[in-house]
Design a protein around this ligand. Sequence first.
Ligand SMILES: [Zn+2]
Ligand SMILES: [Zn+2]
Length: 275
Amino acid sequence: MIRLTKSFILGILTFLTVLIFWFVFEKENQTAKVIFLDVGQGDSQLVVLPSDIQILIDAGPSADVSAKISRYIPFYDKDIELVILSHPHADHLRGLLSVLKDYNVKNFMFAGANYESKVYSDFLNILKNEGSNVYLAEAGDLISYEKDPILKILAPLKNTLSKNFKGIHESMVVSELSLGNKKFLLTGDMEEFLEQQLIKSNSVEDVDVLKIGHHGSKTSTSQKLLEVAKPEEAIIQVGKNSYGHPTPQVLNRLNKFGIKVFRNDQLGDIVYQSR
Ligand SMILES: [Zn+2]
Ligand SMILES: [Zn+2]
């Protein structure tokens, strides 16, 4: 009799625990977030939307990204709805090799300009076998979730498929993310040349958060860009490096404009959550 009571209570307790976990998890699942993942010296942004929808922009320089991502995606969800590659430099691309191993990438978007490297050709071969739908990014493209556009592609300004560039940063995929009432400018490694082109074509709006271009290199984040984008906050995706990123020039410019700076090398993952 005593035994029966014990196992009955245990049963009730287990049931309650499961219920609480389910409740907390479901609640967590209903909020939209963007996470600027701490991937060391490189870029990676994960957008998590309700109903298990994920968008990954870049994947950093190493396989470590898979474990990072798994903290923000439920264990049973092995699909990533969309991966966007800003450009094929290894500090944005190499982590995608492990993402393709660990997740089903349903849709893939990139600029498609010519670029030669071992990692990039390996990646393109694996992508072929993955069977993802492949899209070319071009200014004006809108990516929507439940009718509302969540991502707006600002660059490249024209189709750059199989085009040659002196520097691959000229064919950067740049986008604006809208999450709740916050706007984020996601720049990849955009440099001043492209910043000027976007400003000239009236593509840059007033945003709340600027993902600083090219890890805080002095060739990005011009004064003009700060004047037009008017961010209140800036994220610098940076790790240990020998390039001097982020440069004092960029930090001074941000300081002059009174922009609050958040750095992955100081804070780890940086999470914005919309309510
Ligand atoms: Zn780059
Ligand atoms: Zn980079």
